[in-house]
Design a protein. Structure first.
Length: 611
């Protein structure tokens, strides 16, 4: 056993371990190369190719992530009719946009090379994390090597590494880690170049993605825990980096970027109390995704009752983690650094609903804490010359099993899931009408399992050289059944089971089960919902060629029924009607006046119960 221990220590302290960590991280995500384009990737491709059919899409890299704003609405053709008029989804990420611009100019028709580009950023991120661990935990300590390996195989890398459009998360973390390494070189070794490099790299980080504000949290944690001397001496060197953050935020707001009118995104500056409530709800879910094999994304797949139990489980897990780590944090300034960094990186991650892809920054802190926990157990064992308590041993084995064995297996299995999702959406979009007459028609999608299958459909069709409809309207995007009643020659009523704009976990029938994969598609609609808006009977919405009126509410006060009055006969040849059936869109036969038709809860595959 001593030989085995020594071999492991030699591996973890090897001078080339940062390179090994980088290669390992990339190898685990290599299957993602064949995923192709997915969701926002198509919008980016359209923005960079600028087809004349899509003049509303921004071409400049600095506006590549501006989806809905006061000026242009990239997704306007397929947004829900009930979406807030005040909706804004616009993010300033010029450095990430430039990386996609580079993709387009080097290999415009090869998503494989774009995926490889993302994997290179993942490798760089793992390499820089290993360097940062060695600086903070010791150049020659095995604990730094263990932290590097834990980070390299962390399954929270999956989406940023495998979804081209989510590369911004990798860029943000890479630049932020460079700022941390530079700061340590300046403060600990007196390297003066670090004084300039630190705010510069932090600037590149926030210009890559908003999550990089967590990079500033790590710099603050460094000053509070690892710096010697009085507080003034610790905090003054942070002023240039703080100035970068303040100026960036001021310009960000001045240019009109940000999110508004969406219950998925919470702005701590404009509505701090709403954000505080979201923090209480979301932070435990993110901790669950960090410390267990259960992804934070599972929160959206779970029923309302299941969400409550999941939240209780997550809070219990947090209490256990606090109990296990408190002695270590009190006695080890390195542990205090990672603990503060973890808190500081989780807070901005709570701006959007819980997803593992928000956890890259927090994963760095978690890896450091886990490695220190294992080191602490080893020290206690050596000091007492006795076996440590069974509870601590169980915790150690669980930590290593979950994060060194299960995590890489999850990483290896994720590409197949993303590939399936991408193909499902491609299949649905390719089933939309593509004959020449569709150019002059309004396409009415009566029923679809969430707007994720129609949002961006025009972009995908244009990029494939397919004809697109003049307008597109989705009557109801729901994963539950839908009743359509024909009132007269020009009007019909839609009554989705459970109403429009359902909250996460909503199950009006009580038959969806605690875990339902279809809720993932319904969760996409949370992006367009404004939880602060109150609906009332008589509210009206106008879309091309149709007036929409809310004619009934659910018990919770959401729209439960909507009447659609078209400017022409529903049988007019300029209206094209389709509905969802087993994963594709098929023609919809309108009922006669005074009659109604009920469509069952949608399925992804023929004869398969997707609930």
């Amino acid at each position: 056993m001593s030989r085995l221990d020594q071999s492991l220590r030699d591996l973890l302290t090897h001078r080339r371990l940062p390179v090994v960590s980088a290669v390992l991280a990339m190898l685990l995500c290599t299957p993602a190369i064949d995923i192709g384009f997915f969701l926002d990737d198509y919008i980016h491709q359209a923005a960079l190719t600028q087809p004349e059919e899509l003049p509303e899409i921004h071409a400049s890299p600095d506006r590549l992530f501006e989806f809905v704003s006061a000026g242009k609405k990239v997704l306007s053709d397929s947004m829900p009719w009930w979406a807030s008029e005040d909706l804004k989804l616009a993010f300033w990420r010029p450095i990430s946009g430039a990386s996609h611009w580079l993709d387009h100019h080097l290999w415009p028709d090869s998503p494989r090379w774009m995926h490889i580009h993302s994997l290179l950023w993942l490798g760089l991120t793992a390499f820089l994390a290993a360097l940062a661990f060695r600086r903070i935990l010791g150049d020659t300590t095995w604990v730094a090597g263990l932290a590097a390996l834990l980070f390299a195989v962390d399954d929270v890398h999956a989406w940023p590494a495998m979804w081209i459009a989510n590369r911004n998360a990798l860029l943000s973390v890479a630049w932020a880690l460079l700022s941390l390494v530079s700061y340590d070189a300046w403060r600990r070794q007196g390297r003066r170049w670090g004084a300039v490099a630190t705010p510069f790299f932090l600037l590149l980080a926030v210009l890559s993605g908003e999550s990089a504000v967590a990079g500033g949290a790590y710099l603050l944690a460094y000053a509070l825990t690892l710096e010697p001397g009085p507080w003034r001496r610790r905090l003054l060197p942070l002023l240039p980096s703080a100035l970068v953050g303040v100026v960036w935020l001021a310009i960000y707001k001045w240019l009109g970027f940000g999110a508004r009118g969406s219950s998925a995104y919470l702005d701590p500056l404009t509505n701090p109390f709403q954000f505080l409530g979201g923090l209480i709800e979301r932070l435990p879910m993110l901790m669950l995704g960090l410390w267990t094999p259960m992804p934070a994304d599972g929160y959206l797949l779970t029923s309302a009752d299941g969400q409550r139990w999941m939240w209780v489980l997550a809070v219990g897990l947090m209490l256990v983690i606090v109990a296990l780590c408190t002695p270590m944090v009190l006695n080890d300034r390195r542990a205090r650094f990672f603990a503060l960094g973890l808190i500081g990186s989780l807070i901005p991650a709570c701006i959007i609903f819980p997803m593992n892809r928000q956890l890259l920054f927090a994963g760095f802190a978690t890896s450091g804490l886990l490695a220190l926990f294992v080191e602490n157990v080893q020290k206690r064992r050596a000091a007492s010359r006795k076996t440590v308590r069974w509870g601590t041993r169980l915790a150690t084995v669980t930590v290593l099993g979950v994060h060194l064995v299960l995590a890489p297996l999850i990483l290896l299995g994720t590409p197949s899931q993303l590939h399936l999702l991408a193909r499902l959406m491609d299949r649905a979009v390719l089933s939309l009408p593509d004959d020449a007459s569709i150019h002059d028609q309004r396409l009415i999608v009566v029923h679809a399992p969430g707007h994720v299958f129609t949002s961006g459909s025009k972009v995908m069709q244009v990029l494939r050289g397919r004809p697109t409809p003049r307008d597109l309207l989705v009557l109801s995007g729901t994963i539950w059944s839908l009743e359509i009643e024909r009132l007269d020659d020009h009007s019909l009523v839609a009554r989705p089971d459970g109403g429009f704009m359902p909250p996460a976990g909503h199950d009006p029938t009580g038959t969806g089960g605690h875990l339902n994969q279809m809720r993932a598609f319904a969760g996409f609609d949370l992006i367009f919902q404004d939880s602060g808006r109150r609906s009332k009977v008589g509210d009206r919405f106008t879309r091309p060629g149709v007036e929409i009126e809310i004619t009934a509410l659910t018990e919770e006060g959401r729209p439960g029924e909507a009447t659609f009055r078209f400017d022409r006969s529903l049988e007019d040849p300029n209206l094209r009607w389709v509905r969802w059936q087993d994963g594709i869109f098929v023609p919809f036969a309108l009922p006669q006046v005074g009659e109604s038709v009920t469509m069952p809860a949608p399925r992804l595959f023929p004869g398969k119960n997707d609930h």
